[in-house]
Ligand binder design. Structure first.
Ligand SMILES: Cc1cc2nc3c(=O)[nH]c(=O)nc-3n(C[C@H](O)[C@H](O)[C@H](O)COP(=O)(O)O)c2cc1C
Length: 154
């Protein structure tokens, strides 16, 4: 399947996590494109067989628990897309010392539902990526496998 992995990052964690994810999905036999929300056009989303949205959690305009700001424009420009039944998954990086731990996942989950997409697996929420990178790499690989499993059984 053609899987589109969309990621944005501030301090680099989500970029590395997305690369791990892409590698793991390729190992499951998928063709994977990795790009940023700002570069992703609506027709690329529609053409994909599945989409993974990857984001850090940050504060945006004074509000904590938000996705990377590039997702604001992304959600706006793609909100009218016909993505009924499109398989989606959300990978969020955060830190549990913040009040809204990985609140970005909820924002992106609501977006997926609003465009008619289907969340195939529970969102993966990573706490303190750089503090336990090896452990998180393992979790991302496992999660990629389970997401892939839901696609092949479609
Ligand atoms: C200014 C700032 C705000 C943050 N806000 C949150 C937050 O609201 N919730 C959360 O879970 N993590 C929050 N984090 C933690 C980051 O999401 C976490 O460090 C993440 O790994 C960063 O990913 P990146 O390296 O891809 O930018 C915040 C970090 C910073 C520096």
């Amino acid at each position: 399947m053609n899987i589109l992995v969309i990621f944005a990052t501030y301090s680099g964690g989500t970029q590395i996590a997305s690369a791990t994810l892409a590698e793991a999905l390729k190992a499951e036999g998928h063709s994977v494109t990795v790009k940023g929300p700002a570069e992703t056009q609506t027709d690329e989303l529609v053409k994909s067989d599945a989409v993974v949205l990857c984001t850090p959690t940050w504060d945006f305009e004074g509000k904590e628990g938000q996705p990377h700001e590039d997702y604001v424009g992304f959600m706006e420009k793609t909100k009218g897309a016909s993505l009924e039944g499109m398989p989606f998954a959300v990978l969020a990086l955060g830190d549990s010392s913040y009040t809204h731990f990985c609140g970005s996942a909820e924002v992106l989950e609501a977006y997926v539902t609003s465009v008619g997409g289907i969340l195939k697996v529970p969102s993966l929420k990573i706490d303190g990526y750089f503090f336990s990178q090896e452990k998180h790499t393992g979790s991302i690989r496992e999660w990629a496998k389970s997401f892939s499993g839901t696609l092949s059984s479609k």
